[in-house]
Design a protein around this ligand. Sequence first.
Ligand code: SAM
Length: 238
Amino acid sequence: LFVEADLAPGLVLPLDRAQANYLINVLRRGEEDPVLVFNGRHGEWRTRLVAKGRKDGELHCVDQARPQTGLPDLHYLFAPLKSARLDYLAQKAVEMGAGLIRPVLTRYTQGDRVNLDRLRANTIEAAEQCGILAIPGLAPPARLPDALAALEPERLLVFCDEDAPIADPVCALRGAADPAAPPPLAVLVGPEGGFSEEERETIRARPNTVALSLGPRILRADTAAVAVLALVQAVVGD
Ligand code: SAM
């Protein structure tokens, strides 16, 4: 369970009604079952549930179960999609090892009003679900040139380009990022309407960028996102 509060022995964490209901009535946790919590900073802690009614309770911090872990050094840049698909993208990015998530506003972006609070809630939910203890960073939406300029020069940008020559993406990635000593990485996926020609030139002009084909079919942006993140994870690892 994610909590915003600091974690230390003896600290009491009040539960809101939804959390209390979930623990007491849905999971039917008793006082003897430790409830694991994390806040993204202090590792994972065992707590004891003290129920004070059917939808009221608090958690008492006992001890640290797992030390804090870091985040993979992988930036996930994506052109926002309509809200439900954006939720999906944020969750998949966290599950697939993104350490930083940045919406990139491009000419054909459809969902350009990005609700960062909603995005953060999705990253927290995904972190809870996949058992990671750190919450990926959320960078504010940026126009494409600014997002590219914000990348460190040594960061290899993997640009998902359906017009790139259809070559073996694993070889292409291995050739650009030595798995034995992988550079910091960023992946970039375009909007449903694709990148404009001018945007493509801007992306390709960036040194330390590899345009990657994910095969002969045009994938939906969210499919491409999962595919390239899975590929990066398989070739380069966390
Ligand atoms: N330009 C596409 C078209 O002609 O319909 C629309 C873009 S596609 C729906 C959304 C994004 O997914 C693209 O900008 C690209 O980043 C990625 N993508 C889709 N298919 C891909 C492929 N076969 N290889 C690499 N990237 C792909």
